[in-house]
Design a protein around this ligand. Structure first.
Ligand SMILES: C[S@@+](CC[C@H](N)C(=O)[O-])C[C@H]1O[C@@H](n2cnc3c(N)ncnc32)[C@H](O)[C@@H]1O
Length: 176
């Protein structure tokens, strides 16, 4: 893991925000941003949000969920909760070598491999000037509405996962 990736994932540096163009491309209005800075972010089209003080992981989730989780330890818990919820989109690094990735993609309805590198907005400066993310990013969709949103967003190569189109509440298998 590179030193830059470490900086992106540890301590207070979880404050890297999704740039507005991702939401413009998706064209969705979300009911809930499950992990956000206090008060949410003005460009994120979500009715409400949970912050660290609320602990979005322990709250009930409702409706269409947006999730750019705090990267690093615990990401498996966020991904599992979204898969179980069954309706929403996650923006995560393409860590295809991890167990959380295998589990998350087993339940997803679509995956968009974002072309190029996402230029995240740094919380410290509220700017996305400078180089993009040091790692590639993906959008994982859960539910049919979100799968279709990924397909039409044209953000990069997108795969529909027919096996992921499971009824709401389906208990996806956990890898051993
Ligand atoms: C990668 S940022 C994403 C922010 C925003 N949702 C976005 O898409 O740009 C992750 C956010 O989750 C917040 N966070 C960390 N732990 C959390 C928790 N347990 N519950 C809710 N939010 C949390 C962080 O403070 C940070 O603002």
């Amino acid at each position: 893991m590179s030193a830059r990736y470490d900086k992106l994932t540890v301590g207070s540096s979880v404050e890297w925000y999704t740039p507005p163009e991702i939401f413009q491309a998706l064209g969705l209005r979300f009911d809930l941003d499950v992990c956000a800075p206090p008060g949410g972010l003005p460009w994120i089209p979500a009715e409400r949000s949970f912050s660290r003080a609320d602990d979005g992981l322990t709250q009930p989730w409702q409706g269409l969920v947006w999730m750019n989780p705090p990267y690093g330890r615990g990401i498996d818990l966020w991904m599992r909760k979204l898969a179980d919820h069954g309706s929403g989109i996650a923006l995560v690094h393409a860590r295809t070598d991890t167990q959380w990735w295998r589990e998350a993609t087993a339940a997803a309805t679509a995956i968009c491999f974002i072309a190029g590198r996402v230029r995240f907005v740094r919380g410290a400066t509220m700017s996305n000037a400078g180089p993009g993310s040091p790692t590639p990013s993906v959008l994982l969709a859960y539910g049919q509405t979100c799968a279709l949103a990924l397909l039409q967003a044209n953000l990069g190569p997108t795969l529909l996962i027919p096996g992921g189109l499971k009824p709401h509440g389906y208990n996806h298998p956990r890898p051993r």
